[in-house]
Structures are given as C-alpha cells and as structure tokens.
Design a protein around this ligand. Sequence first.
Ligand code: MTE
Length: 316
Amino acid sequence: MLIKKPSDISPSEITPRETYRDRRRFMQQMAGLGLGGVLMGATGTAVAGYGGKPLNFTPSTKYRVDEKPTPYEDVTTYNNFYEFGTDKASPARRAHTLEPRPWSVVVEGACAKPGRYDLEEILKPHPLEERIYRFRCVEGWSMVIPWVGFPLGDMLKRFEPTAAAKYVVFETLYDPEQFPNQRGRVLDWPYLEGLRMDEAMHPLSLMVVGLYGEVLPNQNGAPMRLMVPWKYGFKSIKSIAKIRFVEEMPTSTWMRANSREYGFYSNVNPRVDHPRWSQQSERRIGEWGRRKTLMFNGYGDEVAHLYSGMDLRKFF
Ligand code: MTE
C-alpha cells in the first residue's frame, strides 16, 4: 500500500499559502451562507497531506446547524490537546512535532477483521462530507465547526464487530517524540475514550479528517479524530491509532483522572452540573455573553432514544 511521505508529495500538489488563505476566507463565507464546498467538486476521498491542504467533499444538506461557524483562527488556535500542553495555545504552537503521515491504525478485540491498517486503506472507501456541528466543551465554551469526515459506523462495520462487541475503545498514538507532553504525567497516556456500540453506529458520529474544507491541522487531531456532537468535547478523541471492540464498558482517561467529575456517557446535559461549575450555559467563542446550553447539545431529537429509561444523573 502506497503511503505518501512528505518527500513524495509533488510541489504541484501543494497549494501556495496565499491560495489557502483565500480559499479559507472563501470557505468561511460559504459556510456562513450554508454553501460550504459547493464549488469544490463532487464526492471525493481523503488525500495524503498536511493541515491546510484542500479536500474534496460534498456538503451535507442534513447535518448543518443554522448558526454562524466559529472563525477558522479560533478553531485552530484555541484547542485542548494535552499531549502538547494543558493550555489552549500550546497545541497550535507545539503540534508541528506530530507527523500525521505515514499513519496506521491497529484494530483489535471482538471483530472478524483485526489487524494493522494503514490510514489510506481506511479512508479510501469513504466519500467525504462536510457537516456543520455544534461543539460543546465540558469547560463551558462552545463553537460551531464545519468538519469534513464520514460516518464512524461505516468504517467500524468494515471490521465486522462480533456480537460480543458492546463498546468500542479508541486510543491516541503513544509516542513522546511526536507528543512531547506524554513525557509528563498530567494524564494517563495514551488518551483513551469509548462509546457504546449503538452510539458509535449512530449516523451523527463522525470520523473527522478535515475542517473548513481542508486537511485537519495537527492541533485539531490529525490525521483522524472523532466527533460526537451530542457529547462533551473530551469524548472526541484526537489522532486515533487504535480501535478495540470490547464487551465491558471501558474506563476512559478522564474517568481514570477523576471519576467523580467525568463519567462514561458525558452527554451534554444542562440539568447535570459538573461538581465544580454549572453546565446550564456556555460561552460561544467569538460572541459576547452566554447562551443557554441545550440538552444533548441540541441533538436530542436524533439521540434521546439511545438513553430512554436511563437515569442521566446516575449515568452522566
Ligand atoms: N484528544 C486527545 N488525544 N487529547 C486531548 O487532550 N482533548 C479533548 C478532545 N480530544 C483531547 C482530545 C477535549 S477536552 C476537547 S474539548 C477536544 O478534543 C478539543 O478539540 P479541538 O481542539 O479540536 O477543539
């Protein structure tokens, strides 16, 4: 399988920086008008490359919130990526050490097709689409982001999970050379997250490879990260290198760090406060004041049935 290394990418494949900027400005305007990607061509698949390289995708008509997308600069400079530091500015400053190509993903556990897959092989069958999702961080801020990706469930199905697969676990690559803060002990590395299988197979769960029409910048979780828009942002694990199908509910990194504050489900829920702060409102990055936080981050019509009969105070 051919994996493009930086030296294999011909100069003609690399768009000059000014063109990126113009394109980005254009994409921001288009996304604002709900037209993101219309002029970008028909369906396409991911290309090898680095943050900023244009992607081919189809804008989703179904999954686009009618709210103004957060500016690109904020989406890519105000980040949580503890592998590069615990403050918001460190990921954009330090994530140049991450090499998103070549990249492979290990698939293991309760499935018929375990193995080590290279990223191109994983991405190839999946047409990309742009979806504009609300994104709510557990810390009380939010954004609206035009992601480019494909349904997580479509990818998971290809590994043929067995009946024993009740949950799926994701792990970020462990490599302190690329992720320098993994040398410290601020979290238990590698970063680990999980979903119940029905959550993972839900059509809203997105495997993300880009934003604003371009390849995902390193600080946003290159080359591939999760986006589960009805859950707090920390469920959306970045730079995924391992996928494991399991029978028992896994303990995520944040549950391990503080199980009183972070549960497995972590559905956005304004009625259940974080032990140290209220979750009733949020600050939309780029706006003044606060807005009310919506149950399931506004995706209740689509996902509330997944939790019918569950006490969401207990299973927070
Ligand atoms: N994934 C890894 N590997 N490491 C992290 O520190 N932070 C999480 C999540 N995924 C994190 C991660 C948190 S707390 C949030 S809010 C989102 O990524 C932030 O995503 P963004 O920087 O693209 O906005």
